[in-house]
Design a protein. Sequence first.
Length: 179
Amino acid sequence: MITMQELMARLKASGSMTAAESTALFESCPEWVEQRDRKEAARRAAEDRYRHEQTGLLADLAAVGIDVASVWDLVNSPTRYAAAVPVLLRHLSRPYATKVREGLARSLTVQEATGIAGPGLIDALKRETDPEVRWALANALTIVAGPGDILALRALLADPGYADVDERLRKAEQNLFSS
């Protein structure tokens, strides 16, 4: 058994060690083990909350033939899911946790949502305060904004309150004129 201070000193003094040696060293420090276990328990609890929070969303997706365990399963999926777009848009206005809202935004960053999701994403961006979700929403607009969204995009670009996502909004505007 070693203390956290001893652990750090040994790590600093060690040259190279195998993964097994490193694991054994960390595991020999009860303070490190306790911190790891606390973090893992918190991660599992958050995952359970997100899963529970998405129950209605997942049921609505299943009703249109999209069976996933999380909205994040749609992100970067090779499977097309046009039937999910209206469901995702409806849920975009609901008060989900940050990670779920980000997953919704990222799952709407697909060609199938082009010309459909723009207004919903813009409305969500206007309400959103979390920087990562704001970026994901603005990024989605680079893919899905349609010609009918140009005035709303320009209004956002003119508003200093959207400076944090200005680059993504400019890219969305640029993409409208390059297609």
